[in-house]
Design a protein. Structure first.
Ligand code: ADP
Length: 196
């Protein structure tokens, strides 16, 4: 067989490598996501996310719980960071927490989807920069900051899904830490919807 005959015979089966990013299956993405109900300060993982305020000097809700559990040195480190703008994220040590790091992000007050999305995107970016493989998010902005729970959950899940599509090998597990029964019900429903 000449090379030409060979080529003609095989040209159908020889295809160039498809370098386009292959769409990940929902199952592959869902394998990296968990929901867990309870106190985020009890999680022994690489990083927990704090729904902080822009001073980064502590507050109520999950912020207060994290500072209480981490001990006063966390506030000392936070004081060196010059605060944090809405949608941004900054990392500190976890001190007395079982988590190695705390990623502080400042959610919007009220329903501002673009800003809430930035909180998740920037927290995940900071996590990646610090080789964080396991991370837990509280329901940012849905407490004192008054973002309605379900629309906030939609932003959280959509943003995390998109992140996984683009960065699946950079992370082992993303946990939605749900404190309230009502959030647990919302996430149960939405995770089914987004990952089936
Ligand atoms: P924000 O000011 O961003 O609204 P909050 O702390 O008031 O932040 O509320 C954000 C979410 O964190 C709410 O769903 C609240 O129920 C939840 N939360 C409060 N304490 C904890 C905790 N210890 N662990 C996890 N989530 C918590």
């Amino acid at each position: 067989m000449t090379w030409l005959q060979y080529w003609q015979k095989n040209k159908e089966s020889i295809k160039p490598i498809d370098t386009k990013e292959v769409e990940k299956s929902s199952e592959e993405l869902a394998n990296k996501i968990s929901m867990w109900q309870g106190d985020i300060t009890s999680l022994e993982i690489d990083a927990i996310v704090n729904a902080a305020n822009s001073s980064l000097l502590g507050g109520g809700g999950v912020d207060g719980a994290i500072h209480r559990a981490a001990g006063p040195i966390l506030k000392k480190e936070c004081a060196t960071l010059n605060g944090c703008a809405v949608g941004e994220a900054k990392i500190t040590g976890g001190y007395k927490l079982p988590a190695k790091y705390v990623i502080h992000t400042v959610g919007p007050q009220g329903e501002k989807p673009e800003k809430l999305k930035e909180c998740y995107v920037n927290s995940l970016r900071v996590a990646k920069e610090n080789s964080v493989k396991t991370i837990a998010f509280p329901c940012i902005s849905t407490g004192v900051y008054g973002y309605p729970q379900k629309p906030a959950a939609e932003v959280a899940i959509e943003t995390v899904k998109k992140y996984l599509q683009d960065n699946i090998n950079d992370i082992e597990r993303i946990i939605f830490c749900l404190f309230l029964e009502s959030d647990k019900e919302i996430y149960e429903e939405l995770l089914q919807k987004y990952f089936s």
